[in-house]
Design a binder for this molecule. Structure first.
Ligand SMILES: [Cu+2]
Length: 204
């Protein structure tokens, strides 16, 4: 009799597992600076407490235009390859000394043949050997659940599987203080209000 009841139990578990109601809705994150002003270009990401998620192959692009890296801030998951196309007529020489991914793309124009693979979590600061003012920041994260704040300091994390998550927020202005990404628990329920995170930086 016990054996005969098992298929029903398995079926029950499966429907429970597939239940859409148990998934997390997307979450709106509001990032503020120390003065309560909106903090644009902050990287927000949610990390499952069960450990880092496996990376899947993806690509991104940081363009060089008008002697500027565009965008200023990029967030990617570990395992992402980033292209650095030069859309200026002058040549650039992109490089980084950051431990998470040191690299060098020697003096070039157009699109380098191979992208740079970012397979380690951390912050990568990119510069140009020719133009000292050129700078870009890459935050490499161990999760597919990430976003970047807009001009209102808001970002929306996508819907995620059920579970506990740590919300991490990183801003390039934290680099001068050496501060690690700010962490807090991501509330389980969506009560319709944004999750507010206040950083110890000056956004303006
Ligand atoms: Cu340059």
């Amino acid at each position: 009799m016990r054996n005969r009841s098992q298929p029903a139990a398995v079926l029950l578990c499966l429907s429970c597992f597939l239940g859409i109601a148990s998934a997390r809705a997307d979450s709106l994150i509001q990032v503020l600076d120390s003065g309560g002003q909106a903090a644009p270009d902050a990287v927000v990401y949610a990390q499952a407490l069960s450990g880092p998620l496996s990376a899947k192959a993806a690509t991104a692009e940081i363009e060089q235009k008008d002697k500027t890296f565009i965008p200023l801030v990029t967030v990617v998951q570990t395992g992402t390859a980033i292209f650095f196309p030069n859309n200026d007529t002058v040549r650039h020489h992109a490089y980084s000394f950051s431990p998470a991914r040191p690299f060098e793309l020697k003096l070039y124009s157009g699109k380098p043949a191979a992208p740079i693979l970012f397979d380690k979590a951390g912050t990568v600061v990119v510069g140009c050997n020719i133009h000292d003012h050129m700078i870009a920041y890459i935050q490499v994260v161990d999760t597919p659940y990430f976003a970047k704040t807009d001009s209102k300091g808001q970002a929306r994390l996508p819907a995620m599987p059920p579970g506990k998550y740590t919300l991490k927020v990183w801003h390039y202005k934290q680099l001068s203080t050496g501060a690690a990404p700010q962490e807090q628990n991501l509330p389980a329920g969506d009560d319709g209000r944004p999750v507010v995170v206040r950083l110890n930086i000056k956004a303006g």
